[in-house]
Design a protein around this ligand. Structure first.
Ligand SMILES: Cc1cc2nc3c(=O)[nH]c(=O)nc-3n(C[C@H](O)[C@H](O)[C@H](O)COP(=O)(O)OP(=O)(O)OC[C@H]3O[C@@H](n4cnc5c(N)ncnc54)[C@H](O)[C@@H]3O)c2cc1C
Length: 321
């Protein structure tokens, strides 16, 4: 099967989720694949993609591509697909990827196999599975007989494994000058320089059990000891105890870290929808009947005000050894 993979970069750095998609495509293809990298002044990043399985990288470089432009980025992806006629296009299901995939699919009059958590080739077609009903079940689907199979892959689920294809052939993708109907004028990063939950491998989250915003330092102590990102339930976001950017769940961010530590979070279905696919879930809650324990790999029933400082201390001691 022939794959084309969209590579997302921000501020001159390739997103890890794109390397995961690239490495997955190369694994399924059993060899090197084609990648497309839009941006401004990003050609220098193309060489590094060989390590993850790119044999050819199309670089689309225009001023208008410096910031995300739906028309520009999808135009670049579409142009590379026209040139290469792949069987499938893989895009990481980041905010940008989720915006692009349906646009590409609409251009090609095909559907999108969205947010897959596993993907395999069966009789020359891709079959993927993804969570449905807020993570209560998994649905398996394929792209039917579509001439182009457009698939988005959930970040942090597939490994970004070095596949060692060596130096890729880098080609410039000649595009007509793009005149987008809407243009991003500027991107304002949030003031915090913290690791974002959607990028993190370890997350420590706090819920209403922390009692009040004055107790974040206790949760932060564990977060920092583990080198984790901070997350939160919607209850504490709605209460104004922390900014919405930290919210995990159906109406927050969807995460799949290696380790998710839930402190004083009940485990409502809408919260589980955002973190239920984490590889290891640790629940700290004083109520042994709390639903979070149903999905937890490990749980401690008790008062977080006692447990969290002890766990943080133990982690620090272990790290010292
Ligand atoms: C449409 C919709 C979308 C939603 N989207 C989201 C979403 O994206 N994310 C999300 O999180 N929620 C979402 N919710 C809200 C969700 O239903 C829950 O209300 C919310 O997740 C509860 O947050 P919580 O677990 O922090 O609070 P609670 O449910 O109040 O749980 C607090 C927990 O802390 C425990 N606790 C209390 N004190 C201690 C202590 N001292 N030590 C140990 N444990 C203690 C309690 O036993 C309890 O289990 C959504 C709801 C709706 C209707």
């Amino acid at each position: 099967m022939k794959f084309l993979v969209f590579i997302e970069q921000r501020d001159g750095k390739i997103r890890k989720a794109s390397l995961e998609a690239l490495s997955l495509a190369s694994k399924l293809a059993g060899g090197s694949v084609v990648a497309v990298l839009p941006g401004k002044g990003v050609a220098g990043l193309a060489g590094g993609l060989g390590k993850y399985g790119a044999g050819v990288v199309y670089v689309a470089d225009q001023d208008i591509l410096a910031l995300y432009s739906a028309k520009g980025y999808v135009g670049a992806l579409d142009a590379a697909a026209t040139k290469e006629s792949p069987d499938a296009v893989l895009i990481a299901a980041t905010a940008m990827g989720k915006d692009m995939a349906p646009r590409l699919a609409a251009r090609r009059d095909v559907s999108v196999l969205a947010d897959v958590m596993d993907l395999r080739v069966e009789s020359g077609r891709l079959v993927g599975s993804r969570p449905v009903y807020s993570g209560k079940a998994r649905a398996e689907a394929d792209c039917g007989n579509a001439a182009l199979q457009v698939v988005t892959t959930r970040p942090n689920v597939f490994p970004a494994e070095p596949r060692g294809a060596g130096q890729p052939r880098v080609e410039t993708l000649d595009l007509p000058t793009i005149a987008p109907r809407a243009k991003v004028l500027k991107v304002e990063a949030s003031e915090s320089k913290e690791l974002d939950v959607s990028e993190a491998d370890i997350i420590v989250s706090g819920g209403r059990g922390i009692k009040g915003p004055e107790n974040w330092p206790m949760i932060r102590e564990l977060q920092q000891a583990l080198g984790a990102a901070l997350g939160a339930s919607r209850a504490v976001v709605d209460a104004g105890w922390i900014d919405h950017q930290y919210q995990v769940g159906q109406t927050g961010k969807v995460v799949s870290p290696t380790l998710y530590v839930a402190c004083g979070i009940s485990g409502a279905i809408q919260h589980l929808a955002g973190m239920g696919t984490s590889k290891v879930i640790v629940a700290l809650n004083k109520d042994s009947e709390a639903p979070i324990f149903k999905v937890a790999t490990y749980g401690i029933v008790g008062d977080i005000f006692q447990i969290v400082p002890e766990v943080a201390k133990a982690v620090r001691e272990l790290k010292k050894e």
